[in-house]
Design a protein around this ligand. Structure first.
Ligand SMILES: [Zn+2]
Length: 439
Protein backbone atom coordinates (compact mmCIF):
# COMPACT_ATOMS: atom_id res chain seq x y z
CA UNK A 1 0.00 0.00 0.00
CA UNK A 2 1.29 3.45 -0.95
CA UNK A 3 2.65 5.28 2.12
CA UNK A 4 0.77 8.55 1.53
CA UNK A 5 -2.53 6.80 0.81
CA UNK A 6 -3.93 7.23 4.32
CA UNK A 7 -2.93 10.90 4.66
CA UNK A 8 -4.31 11.66 1.18
CA UNK A 9 -7.52 9.96 2.23
CA UNK A 10 -7.85 12.03 5.42
CA UNK A 11 -7.27 15.21 3.42
CA UNK A 12 -10.22 14.40 1.15
CA UNK A 13 -12.36 13.27 4.06
CA UNK A 14 -11.84 16.58 5.90
CA UNK A 15 -12.98 18.52 2.83
CA UNK A 16 -16.03 16.32 2.31
CA UNK A 17 -17.17 16.33 5.95
CA UNK A 18 -16.94 20.14 6.11
CA UNK A 19 -19.81 20.42 3.61
CA UNK A 20 -23.16 20.07 5.41
CA UNK A 21 -24.85 17.97 2.74
CA UNK A 22 -27.90 17.05 4.82
CA UNK A 23 -30.62 15.64 2.58
CA UNK A 24 -33.31 15.18 5.22
CA UNK A 25 -33.68 18.96 5.64
CA UNK A 26 -34.45 21.02 2.52
CA UNK A 27 -32.76 24.13 3.97
CA UNK A 28 -29.38 22.54 3.19
CA UNK A 29 -29.94 22.34 -0.56
CA UNK A 30 -27.07 24.78 -1.28
CA UNK A 31 -24.70 22.45 0.58
CA UNK A 32 -26.08 19.49 -1.37
CA UNK A 33 -25.24 21.32 -4.61
CA UNK A 34 -21.79 22.23 -3.32
CA UNK A 35 -21.12 18.65 -2.28
CA UNK A 36 -22.15 17.19 -5.64
CA UNK A 37 -19.77 19.63 -7.35
CA UNK A 38 -17.02 18.61 -4.95
CA UNK A 39 -17.58 14.94 -5.86
CA UNK A 40 -17.45 15.78 -9.54
CA UNK A 41 -14.22 17.76 -9.35
CA UNK A 42 -12.58 15.17 -7.07
CA UNK A 43 -13.39 12.45 -9.59
CA UNK A 44 -12.19 14.57 -12.49
CA UNK A 45 -8.86 15.12 -10.78
CA UNK A 46 -8.38 11.37 -10.54
CA UNK A 47 -9.08 10.98 -14.23
CA UNK A 48 -12.77 10.11 -14.36
CA UNK A 49 -15.00 11.45 -17.09
CA UNK A 50 -18.03 12.72 -15.20
CA UNK A 51 -21.66 13.58 -15.71
CA UNK A 52 -24.07 15.03 -13.18
CA UNK A 53 -27.75 14.15 -13.40
CA UNK A 54 -30.14 16.69 -11.94
CA UNK A 55 -33.46 15.22 -12.98
CA UNK A 56 -33.61 12.53 -10.28
CA UNK A 57 -33.83 14.64 -7.12
CA UNK A 58 -30.56 15.72 -5.56
CA UNK A 59 -27.73 15.58 -8.15
CA UNK A 60 -26.39 12.13 -8.98
CA UNK A 61 -22.73 12.25 -9.94
CA UNK A 62 -21.57 9.58 -12.34
CA UNK A 63 -17.94 8.94 -13.22
CA UNK A 64 -16.24 6.60 -15.71
CA UNK A 65 -12.55 5.79 -15.67
CA UNK A 66 -11.27 3.72 -18.57
CA UNK A 67 -7.89 2.09 -18.10
CA UNK A 68 -8.08 -0.29 -21.03
CA UNK A 69 -11.20 -1.36 -22.91
CA UNK A 70 -10.23 -5.02 -22.63
CA UNK A 71 -10.31 -5.00 -18.83
CA UNK A 72 -13.45 -5.86 -16.85
CA UNK A 73 -15.49 -2.97 -15.40
CA UNK A 74 -16.37 -2.61 -11.75
CA UNK A 75 -19.23 -0.43 -10.53
CA UNK A 76 -18.92 1.40 -7.21
CA UNK A 77 -21.64 3.32 -5.45
CA UNK A 78 -21.65 5.84 -2.63
CA UNK A 79 -23.82 8.61 -1.26
CA UNK A 80 -22.64 12.07 -0.38
CA UNK A 81 -25.71 13.07 1.66
CA UNK A 82 -25.67 12.75 5.43
CA UNK A 83 -28.00 12.77 8.41
CA UNK A 84 -28.41 16.00 10.38
CA UNK A 85 -25.99 16.63 13.25
CA UNK A 86 -26.12 19.17 16.01
CA UNK A 87 -23.87 19.75 19.01
CA UNK A 88 -26.93 19.52 21.25
CA UNK A 89 -27.27 15.82 20.38
CA UNK A 90 -24.17 15.12 22.43
CA UNK A 91 -21.28 15.66 20.03
CA UNK A 92 -17.98 16.26 21.83
CA UNK A 93 -16.61 18.18 18.86
CA UNK A 94 -17.94 20.12 15.87
CA UNK A 95 -19.78 17.49 13.78
CA UNK A 96 -18.72 19.04 10.47
CA UNK A 97 -15.03 19.29 11.29
CA UNK A 98 -13.11 16.00 11.31
CA UNK A 99 -11.50 15.45 14.71
CA UNK A 100 -8.44 13.21 14.61
CA UNK A 101 -8.19 11.20 17.81
CA UNK A 102 -5.39 8.66 18.36
CA UNK A 103 -7.68 5.80 17.32
CA UNK A 104 -10.64 7.38 15.53
CA UNK A 105 -11.73 10.03 13.07
CA UNK A 106 -14.91 11.76 14.30
CA UNK A 107 -17.43 13.73 12.24
CA UNK A 108 -20.79 13.47 10.47
CA UNK A 109 -20.35 11.23 7.43
CA UNK A 110 -16.92 9.75 8.29
CA UNK A 111 -18.66 6.39 8.04
CA UNK A 112 -22.02 6.99 6.40
CA UNK A 113 -21.01 7.28 3.62
CA UNK A 114 -18.37 9.89 2.74
CA UNK A 115 -15.67 8.02 4.61
CA UNK A 116 -16.44 4.76 2.84
CA UNK A 117 -16.77 5.91 -0.76
CA UNK A 118 -13.63 8.01 -0.30
CA UNK A 119 -11.74 4.85 0.63
CA UNK A 120 -12.50 3.73 -2.94
CA UNK A 121 -11.73 7.05 -4.60
CA UNK A 122 -8.46 7.43 -2.67
CA UNK A 123 -7.33 3.90 -3.51
CA UNK A 124 -8.28 4.40 -7.17
CA UNK A 125 -6.37 7.72 -7.29
CA UNK A 126 -3.27 6.06 -5.90
CA UNK A 127 -3.49 3.00 -8.18
CA UNK A 128 -4.01 5.25 -11.19
CA UNK A 129 -0.84 7.19 -10.41
CA UNK A 130 1.10 3.97 -10.01
CA UNK A 131 -0.50 2.45 -13.12
CA UNK A 132 -1.65 -0.55 -11.10
CA UNK A 133 -5.42 -0.35 -11.63
CA UNK A 134 -6.63 -3.61 -13.20
CA UNK A 135 -10.24 -2.58 -13.80
CA UNK A 136 -12.17 0.07 -15.59
CA UNK A 137 -14.25 1.87 -13.01
CA UNK A 138 -17.76 3.30 -12.98
CA UNK A 139 -18.83 5.28 -9.94
CA UNK A 140 -22.29 6.47 -8.90
CA UNK A 141 -22.49 8.95 -6.02
CA UNK A 142 -26.00 9.99 -5.08
CA UNK A 143 -27.41 12.53 -2.65
CA UNK A 144 -30.74 11.04 -1.58
CA UNK A 145 -29.80 7.86 0.23
CA UNK A 146 -30.74 9.15 3.67
CA UNK A 147 -34.25 9.83 2.42
CA UNK A 148 -34.69 6.44 0.77
CA UNK A 149 -33.08 6.84 -2.70
CA UNK A 150 -36.53 7.40 -4.17
CA UNK A 151 -35.38 7.96 -7.77
CA UNK A 152 -32.32 5.68 -7.88
CA UNK A 153 -34.33 2.89 -9.48
CA UNK A 154 -35.41 5.23 -12.30
CA UNK A 155 -31.87 6.51 -12.74
CA UNK A 156 -30.48 3.00 -13.14
CA UNK A 157 -33.37 1.84 -15.34
CA UNK A 158 -33.07 4.85 -17.65
CA UNK A 159 -29.26 4.72 -17.85
CA UNK A 160 -28.64 0.99 -18.01
CA UNK A 161 -26.02 1.16 -20.75
CA UNK A 162 -24.14 3.92 -18.99
CA UNK A 163 -23.92 2.20 -15.60
CA UNK A 164 -23.57 -1.35 -16.93
CA UNK A 165 -20.58 -3.18 -15.44
CA UNK A 166 -19.31 -6.72 -14.95
CA UNK A 167 -19.92 -6.57 -11.22
CA UNK A 168 -20.43 -4.13 -8.37
CA UNK A 169 -18.37 -3.71 -5.21
CA UNK A 170 -19.89 -1.37 -2.64
CA UNK A 171 -19.28 -0.30 0.95
CA UNK A 172 -21.91 1.37 3.10
CA UNK A 173 -22.01 -0.73 6.24
CA UNK A 174 -20.32 -1.87 9.39
CA UNK A 175 -18.25 -4.83 10.42
CA UNK A 176 -19.77 -7.25 12.84
CA UNK A 177 -17.99 -8.65 15.84
CA UNK A 178 -14.72 -6.99 14.88
CA UNK A 179 -14.46 -9.30 11.85
CA UNK A 180 -14.42 -8.45 8.14
CA UNK A 181 -18.03 -8.53 7.02
CA UNK A 182 -19.91 -9.09 3.79
CA UNK A 183 -23.61 -8.24 3.81
CA UNK A 184 -25.68 -10.93 2.11
CA UNK A 185 -29.11 -9.42 2.62
CA UNK A 186 -30.84 -6.23 3.66
CA UNK A 187 -34.27 -5.71 5.12
CA UNK A 188 -36.76 -3.37 3.48
CA UNK A 189 -37.72 -0.09 5.14
CA UNK A 190 -40.85 2.03 5.12
CA UNK A 191 -41.74 5.23 6.95
CA UNK A 192 -45.27 6.23 7.83
CA UNK A 193 -46.99 9.06 9.65
CA UNK A 194 -50.40 8.38 11.14
CA UNK A 195 -52.37 11.43 12.20
CA UNK A 196 -55.55 11.29 14.26
CA UNK A 197 -57.95 14.21 14.47
CA UNK A 198 -60.08 14.83 17.53
CA UNK A 199 -62.43 17.74 18.29
CA UNK A 200 -62.26 20.69 15.90
CA UNK A 201 -60.37 22.66 18.54
CA UNK A 202 -58.53 22.07 21.83
CA UNK A 203 -61.07 21.70 24.63
CA UNK A 204 -61.19 22.01 28.43
CA UNK A 205 -60.47 18.53 29.77
CA UNK A 206 -62.88 18.95 32.69
CA UNK A 207 -65.80 20.19 30.67
CA UNK A 208 -65.35 18.00 27.60
CA UNK A 209 -63.02 15.14 28.67
CA UNK A 210 -64.88 11.85 28.38
CA UNK A 211 -67.42 13.27 25.94
CA UNK A 212 -65.11 13.66 22.95
CA UNK A 213 -62.48 11.38 21.43
CA UNK A 214 -59.00 12.26 22.61
CA UNK A 215 -56.66 11.77 19.62
CA UNK A 216 -53.68 10.88 21.84
CA UNK A 217 -55.70 8.19 23.61
CA UNK A 218 -56.84 6.86 20.24
CA UNK A 219 -53.32 6.81 18.90
CA UNK A 220 -51.92 5.14 22.02
CA UNK A 221 -54.29 2.23 21.71
CA UNK A 222 -53.28 1.81 18.09
CA UNK A 223 -49.58 1.88 18.97
CA UNK A 224 -50.25 -0.73 21.65
CA UNK A 225 -51.79 -3.05 19.08
CA UNK A 226 -49.12 -2.48 16.44
CA UNK A 227 -46.13 -3.90 18.27
CA UNK A 228 -44.74 -4.86 21.66
CA UNK A 229 -41.99 -3.01 23.54
CA UNK A 230 -39.30 -4.35 21.21
CA UNK A 231 -41.22 -3.74 18.03
CA UNK A 232 -42.26 -7.36 17.39
CA UNK A 233 -45.32 -7.38 15.20
CA UNK A 234 -47.76 -9.95 13.92
CA UNK A 235 -48.65 -7.70 11.04
CA UNK A 236 -46.36 -8.99 8.29
CA UNK A 237 -45.99 -12.65 7.60
CA UNK A 238 -42.46 -13.87 7.22
CA UNK A 239 -41.14 -14.13 3.67
CA UNK A 240 -39.48 -17.28 2.38
CA UNK A 241 -35.90 -16.56 3.44
CA UNK A 242 -34.74 -17.88 6.75
CA UNK A 243 -31.21 -18.61 7.82
CA UNK A 244 -30.51 -22.09 6.48
CA UNK A 245 -29.24 -24.80 8.76
CA UNK A 246 -25.77 -24.51 7.25
CA UNK A 247 -25.76 -20.71 7.60
CA UNK A 248 -27.17 -20.98 11.07
CA UNK A 249 -24.29 -23.18 12.16
CA UNK A 250 -21.84 -20.80 10.54
CA UNK A 251 -23.44 -17.85 12.31
CA UNK A 252 -23.81 -19.52 15.67
CA UNK A 253 -20.12 -20.32 15.43
CA UNK A 254 -19.42 -16.61 15.18
CA UNK A 255 -20.04 -15.29 18.63
CA UNK A 256 -22.09 -12.09 18.52
CA UNK A 257 -20.22 -9.43 20.48
CA UNK A 258 -22.57 -9.15 23.45
CA UNK A 259 -20.26 -6.92 25.49
CA UNK A 260 -20.04 -4.43 22.64
CA UNK A 261 -23.84 -4.55 22.30
CA UNK A 262 -24.16 -3.60 25.97
CA UNK A 263 -21.51 -0.89 25.65
CA UNK A 264 -23.35 0.66 22.70
CA UNK A 265 -26.91 0.31 23.98
CA UNK A 266 -26.73 0.19 27.76
CA UNK A 267 -28.96 -2.89 27.60
CA UNK A 268 -28.44 -6.65 27.60
CA UNK A 269 -29.18 -8.59 24.37
CA UNK A 270 -32.75 -9.89 24.68
CA UNK A 271 -31.94 -13.21 22.97
CA UNK A 272 -30.01 -16.03 24.56
CA UNK A 273 -28.49 -17.44 21.38
CA UNK A 274 -26.50 -15.61 18.73
CA UNK A 275 -28.38 -17.11 15.80
CA UNK A 276 -31.61 -15.70 17.26
CA UNK A 277 -30.12 -12.21 17.04
CA UNK A 278 -29.01 -12.74 13.43
CA UNK A 279 -32.34 -14.27 12.48
CA UNK A 280 -34.28 -11.44 14.06
CA UNK A 281 -32.25 -8.64 12.48
CA UNK A 282 -32.06 -10.30 9.11
CA UNK A 283 -35.55 -11.65 8.60
CA UNK A 284 -38.13 -10.53 11.14
CA UNK A 285 -40.24 -7.45 10.54
CA UNK A 286 -40.15 -4.83 13.25
CA UNK A 287 -42.26 -1.75 13.89
CA UNK A 288 -40.36 1.07 15.55
CA UNK A 289 -42.28 4.10 16.76
CA UNK A 290 -39.78 6.88 16.14
CA UNK A 291 -41.83 9.84 17.36
CA UNK A 292 -45.11 10.77 19.03
CA UNK A 293 -46.35 14.28 18.47
CA UNK A 294 -49.34 15.86 20.19
CA UNK A 295 -50.63 17.90 23.08
CA UNK A 296 -48.84 20.34 25.31
CA UNK A 297 -45.16 19.62 25.99
CA UNK A 298 -44.02 22.73 27.90
CA UNK A 299 -43.47 23.23 31.65
CA UNK A 300 -46.27 22.08 33.93
CA UNK A 301 -49.65 20.96 32.64
CA UNK A 302 -52.26 22.16 30.27
CA UNK A 303 -55.49 20.39 30.99
CA UNK A 304 -56.93 20.30 27.52
CA UNK A 305 -58.06 17.63 25.11
CA UNK A 306 -55.83 18.09 22.05
CA UNK A 307 -57.42 18.30 18.62
CA UNK A 308 -54.74 16.35 16.77
CA UNK A 309 -51.96 13.85 17.37
CA UNK A 310 -49.60 11.94 15.16
CA UNK A 311 -47.08 9.19 15.32
CA UNK A 312 -44.07 8.53 13.08
CA UNK A 313 -43.27 4.92 12.39
CA UNK A 314 -40.36 3.11 10.79
CA UNK A 315 -41.08 -0.41 9.59
CA UNK A 316 -38.19 -2.75 8.76
CA UNK A 317 -39.35 -5.81 6.89
CA UNK A 318 -38.23 -9.20 5.63
CA UNK A 319 -36.04 -8.97 2.48
CA UNK A 320 -38.52 -11.04 0.46
CA UNK A 321 -41.61 -8.96 1.14
CA UNK A 322 -42.79 -6.59 -1.56
CA UNK A 323 -42.89 -2.91 -0.59
CA UNK A 324 -46.38 -2.38 -2.05
CA UNK A 325 -47.74 -5.30 -0.06
CA UNK A 326 -46.19 -4.03 3.16
CA UNK A 327 -47.74 -0.61 2.59
CA UNK A 328 -51.19 -1.99 1.81
CA UNK A 329 -51.24 -4.46 4.73
CA UNK A 330 -50.08 -1.72 7.07
CA UNK A 331 -52.75 0.68 5.88
CA UNK A 332 -55.46 -1.96 6.04
CA UNK A 333 -54.49 -2.95 9.57
CA UNK A 334 -54.67 0.61 10.82
CA UNK A 335 -58.05 1.20 9.22
CA UNK A 336 -59.39 -1.98 10.83
CA UNK A 337 -58.08 -1.05 14.24
CA UNK A 338 -59.41 2.43 14.64
CA UNK A 339 -62.69 2.97 16.41
CA UNK A 340 -65.36 3.76 13.93
CA UNK A 341 -65.90 7.45 13.49
CA UNK A 342 -62.28 8.44 14.13
CA UNK A 343 -60.89 10.89 11.63
CA UNK A 344 -57.36 10.05 10.58
CA UNK A 345 -54.92 9.91 7.70
CA UNK A 346 -51.93 7.74 6.86
CA UNK A 347 -48.94 9.00 4.92
CA UNK A 348 -46.49 6.42 3.56
CA UNK A 349 -42.94 7.63 2.75
CA UNK A 350 -39.53 6.28 1.73
CA UNK A 351 -40.62 2.72 1.04
CA UNK A 352 -37.52 0.81 -0.08
CA UNK A 353 -37.37 -2.89 -0.91
CA UNK A 354 -35.04 -5.29 0.85
CA UNK A 355 -32.92 -7.78 -1.02
CA UNK A 356 -31.19 -11.15 -0.70
CA UNK A 357 -27.92 -11.30 -2.64
CA UNK A 358 -26.28 -14.10 -4.55
CA UNK A 359 -23.14 -15.38 -2.82
CA UNK A 360 -21.86 -18.06 -5.19
CA UNK A 361 -19.77 -16.10 -7.66
CA UNK A 362 -16.12 -15.27 -8.31
CA UNK A 363 -16.32 -11.68 -7.03
CA UNK A 364 -17.77 -12.82 -3.74
CA UNK A 365 -15.00 -15.44 -3.46
CA UNK A 366 -12.27 -12.94 -4.28
CA UNK A 367 -13.57 -10.42 -1.73
CA UNK A 368 -13.92 -13.11 0.96
CA UNK A 369 -10.41 -14.46 0.44
CA UNK A 370 -8.81 -11.03 0.43
CA UNK A 371 -10.69 -9.86 3.52
CA UNK A 372 -9.76 -12.94 5.54
CA UNK A 373 -6.16 -12.45 4.45
CA UNK A 374 -5.91 -8.74 5.24
CA UNK A 375 -7.77 -8.82 8.58
CA UNK A 376 -6.38 -12.24 9.54
CA UNK A 377 -9.85 -13.16 10.78
CA UNK A 378 -12.69 -15.23 9.34
CA UNK A 379 -15.27 -13.31 7.30
CA UNK A 380 -18.75 -12.74 8.76
CA UNK A 381 -21.66 -13.13 6.37
CA UNK A 382 -24.20 -10.69 7.65
CA UNK A 383 -27.96 -10.75 7.18
CA UNK A 384 -28.13 -7.02 7.71
CA UNK A 385 -31.07 -5.50 9.53
CA UNK A 386 -30.61 -2.13 7.87
CA UNK A 387 -31.68 -1.13 4.36
CA UNK A 388 -29.56 -0.10 1.40
CA UNK A 389 -32.08 0.84 -1.30
CA UNK A 390 -29.57 0.71 -4.15
CA UNK A 391 -28.90 -2.97 -3.44
CA UNK A 392 -32.39 -3.97 -4.53
CA UNK A 393 -32.28 -1.55 -7.49
CA UNK A 394 -28.99 -2.96 -8.80
CA UNK A 395 -30.26 -6.51 -8.47
CA UNK A 396 -33.56 -5.91 -10.22
CA UNK A 397 -32.23 -3.58 -12.94
CA UNK A 398 -28.73 -4.85 -13.77
CA UNK A 399 -28.63 -8.37 -12.34
CA UNK A 400 -24.84 -8.28 -12.00
CA UNK A 401 -22.93 -9.92 -9.11
CA UNK A 402 -22.88 -7.39 -6.30
CA UNK A 403 -20.81 -7.58 -3.15
CA UNK A 404 -21.33 -5.32 -0.15
CA UNK A 405 -18.39 -5.09 2.21
CA UNK A 406 -18.85 -3.15 5.45
CA UNK A 407 -15.72 -1.09 6.03
CA UNK A 408 -16.71 0.64 9.29
CA UNK A 409 -16.30 -0.33 12.93
CA UNK A 410 -19.38 -1.63 14.68
CA UNK A 411 -19.33 1.11 17.35
CA UNK A 412 -19.19 3.86 14.67
CA UNK A 413 -22.58 5.25 15.78
CA UNK A 414 -23.64 6.28 12.30
CA UNK A 415 -26.70 8.58 12.39
CA UNK A 416 -25.90 9.38 16.05
CA UNK A 417 -23.58 11.72 17.95
CA UNK A 418 -19.80 11.34 17.57
CA UNK A 419 -20.02 9.23 14.41
CA UNK A 420 -16.54 7.75 14.18
CA UNK A 421 -14.31 5.70 11.96
CA UNK A 422 -11.67 3.52 13.55
CA UNK A 423 -8.31 4.43 11.98
CA UNK A 424 -6.97 0.86 11.99
CA UNK A 425 -10.11 -0.30 10.20
CA UNK A 426 -9.93 2.59 7.71
CA UNK A 427 -6.35 1.63 6.84
CA UNK A 428 -7.37 -1.99 6.36
CA UNK A 429 -10.22 -0.81 4.13
CA UNK A 430 -7.76 1.15 1.99
CA UNK A 431 -5.58 -1.94 1.78
CA UNK A 432 -8.51 -4.16 0.84
CA UNK A 433 -9.72 -1.89 -1.98
CA UNK A 434 -6.16 -1.33 -3.28
CA UNK A 435 -5.47 -5.07 -3.31
CA UNK A 436 -8.82 -5.92 -4.87
CA UNK A 437 -8.50 -3.45 -7.72
CA UNK A 438 -4.86 -4.19 -8.51
CA UNK A 439 -5.18 -7.97 -8.76
ZN1 LIG B 1 -27.31 6.56 6.68
Amino acid sequence: MNSSLYSDYVKLLKQAVSIKSISTDKSFSADIAKMSKWCESTMKEIGFKTKTFKEYGNPIVFGHLVVNASLPTVLHYGHYDVQPADKSEGWDTHPFKVKENPKTLVGRGVVDNKGQFLIYLSAIASLTKEKKLKYNVKFIIEGDEETGSGRMQDFIAENKELVKADFALISDGEQLNDQPTIDVSYRGSMNATVTVYGPITELHSGLYGGLVQNPINVLSSLVYKLANEYGDTLLFKKGVSVVSEKDEKKMAGNSYNRELFTKITGQKPRFKYNHEIFNYLGFESTIQITSIIGGYSGEGYKNAVPNKASVKINVRYNPDLEPEKVASEFTKYIKQNFLSGVKFDIKIDDNSAGVSLESSNAVFEKASTLLADIYQKPVMYNYCGATLPVAADLKSQLGIPTVFVGLANEDCNMHGANENLNIGIAKKGLEFVSEFLSK
